[in-house]
Design a protein around this ligand. Structure first.
Ligand code: ADP
Ligand code: ADP
Length: 228
């Protein structure tokens, strides 16, 4: 699904954001990506979604080598990845339905097919009754679930989340992670970038840890307290 082989990224100005990073995430796997601010988490996610390009090394996403992707092919690669953001990037002047429908409208789905898929996506995040609401009428947790519905509406095999629980309390954070687990159980690969060590400790998933651009740990973080 995702394969990084010796990937480095230097930004103009000389900052080396990633150094020789290698890992794979298989279909149906779920992992956390953690590390302090500036460790390189966002850079890693941006490389996967082709918002940045690597300086060296190779990246494969859903079998495609990103170094072979032409500018015209970028949308096809991105279609295989659902992205979820901390601030969910919803259009506040559009209904929940319209927000979730957006990726399908861009792809030219028929009205009928769009309706069917949007309703199914909203059911999966338990918001089937909020089609006509505007995001401002929803709680923070519900808004994040709309963001998740939009990310999964065209059924990508990979979900990438950048601090998806950053604005949520521990209970709502757990609900969001439980949703990711439901997609993961259906075979979707899920990578969640987070600072939230409490969440990581409670859930005990594989955890990729970056420090100053290097991958210093890949696996369960041992010795972490799981109380609370
Ligand atoms: P649960 O008790 O919630 O069923 P599992 O141990 O089955 O948890 O792990 C759930 C997911 O996390 C699986 O997709 C598994 O591949 C992944 N996972 C958990 N721990 C690790 C690990 N140490 N290394 C690799 N993958 C892991
Ligand atoms: P994280 O998401 O873990 O906070 P980032 O990937 O955002 O880390 O940043 C890693 C390093 O790269 C930091 O030193 C950051 O300042 C630098 N960086 C990030 N984006 C850019 C950019 N567009 N230009 C130059 N440096 C950048």
């Amino acid at each position: 699904m995702i394969r990084f082989n010796n990937v480095s990224k230097a930004y103009s100005g000389g900052i080396i954001a990633l150094k020789n990073v290698s890992f794979t995430l298989a279909a149906g796997e779920m992992a956390f990506l953690t590390g302090h601010s500036g460790a390189g988490k966002s850079t890693l996610l941006k490389l996967m979604s082709l918002m940045e390009t690597s300086t060296s090394g190779s990246i494969h996403i859903n079998g495609t080598s990103l170094s072979d992707v032409t500018y015209q092919q970028i949308p096809y690669v991105r279609r295989g990845i659902g992205m979820i953001f901390q601030n969910h990037n919803l259009l506040m002047d559009r209904t929940v339905f319209d927000n979730v429908a957006l990726p399908l409208i861009i792809e030219g789905y028929s009205h009928k097919e769009t309706k069917k898929r949007v309703e199914a996506a909203l059911d999966k995040v338990h918001l089937g009754s909020k089609l006509k609401s505007f995001p401002s009428m929803l709680s923070g947790g519900e808004q994040q679930r709309v963001g998740i519905a939009r990310a999964i509406v065209n059924k990508p095999p990979i979900l990438l989340a950048d601090e998806p629980t950053g604005n949520l309390d521990p209970k709502l954070s757990l609900e969001i992670i439980r949703l990711f687990e439901e997609f993961n159980d259906m075979g979707v690969a899920v990578l969640i970038a987070t600072h939230d060590l409490g969440l990581i400790a409670r859930l005990r998933y594989r955890t990729l840890t970056l420090k100053q651009g290097s991958m210093i740990n890949d696996g369960l973080i041992e010795g972490m307290q799981t109380s609370g």
